[in-house]
Design a protein around this ligand. Sequence first.
Ligand SMILES: [Zn+2]
Ligand SMILES: [Zn+2]
Length: 375
Amino acid sequence: MNDYYQDLGVSRDASAEDIKRAYRRLARKLHPDVNSGPEAEDEFKRVSQAYDVLSDPEKKRAHDMGADPYGGQAGGFGQGFSFSDIMDAFFGAGAAGAASRGPRSRKRRGQDALIRLDIDLAQAVFGAERELTIDTAVECGTCHGDGAQPGTGTRACDVCGGRGEVQHVQRSFLGQVMTSRPCVACQGYGTVISNPCFECSGDGRVRTRRTLKIRIPAGVDTGTRIQLSGEGEVGQGAGPAGDLYVEVAVSPHETFQRRGDDLHCSVELPMTAAALGTTLKLDTLDGKTDLEIRRGAQAGDVVTMRGQGVTHLRGSGRGDLLVHINVQTPTRLDAEQEELLRQLAALRGEERPEGQLAPVSHGLLGKLRDAFLGK
Ligand SMILES: [Zn+2]
Ligand SMILES: [Zn+2]
């Protein structure tokens, strides 16, 4: 059988005032509006039932004599009453400090907006200025956000008398509880617009297209979001505007591939230039740049051009540009070229190479593995 004194944490000779105070303290701790813990709701029902019994002289007497007015069945006590309803029952209206008392404002903060912006790699590397055309809600120029035809205004709601809420009185174990619900006739505003603005139909804002200049910082990548405070939708009733987020998408480049803040590209090098060394003029994102190729360059060599990659979005400096060397073997030789190559092979004793197998880490497999691991 339930021991309701124990449930409320009071002694058997507790006064009516002690019982009330104990319940108030527990309701503050356990009401599902203020405590989202998994057991809070059941505990709240239990202490509400205990209070229901101990605050009622008839039921209390039955309990003291060993009977259980509810036969051990847990009822739904306390359900249907919000935390502020319970606090109001003890302390009077507004005691819980509920925010939703009285008419609510027609002004609302506007929604945030998100748009996608395609940029090219050079814009991501160096940053850029771009113009955006966006479709967004702005304050209505006819009613300036009131929602009423100019010169008509609003009138007090006759259902709630301008309070924006309607009160209901319920009898319950707490005594008479006054609960407030937003007025349905005026949606809680307390006022009604008799002649809605023709321009915005009473919303206080209209959709329009406008152009915005934005600065894209150097170093952005696909998925980076740029926040523009107050450039989102104007709120209902011309309330403060939300924020605009611009999500960047970087288009793939024909020759440069980005990995983090480094850029990778490949260059074709004739076999003779690979053997003799040379200086290449590369068309990088920074313009024509000289690249020194050492004598005896190998297929798969990577030459690093420091500081020619993507600007770091945070901090300073830039990543690197890594140039992968492809050695081109001539496929079509005229008679004279073939003769010269045969002479060279003979001079180098390479007419019949032996087919020496390379160790795994130095050969093609090693290079494939390094590429796979991003080395
Ligand atoms: Zn308007
Ligand atoms: Zn109303």
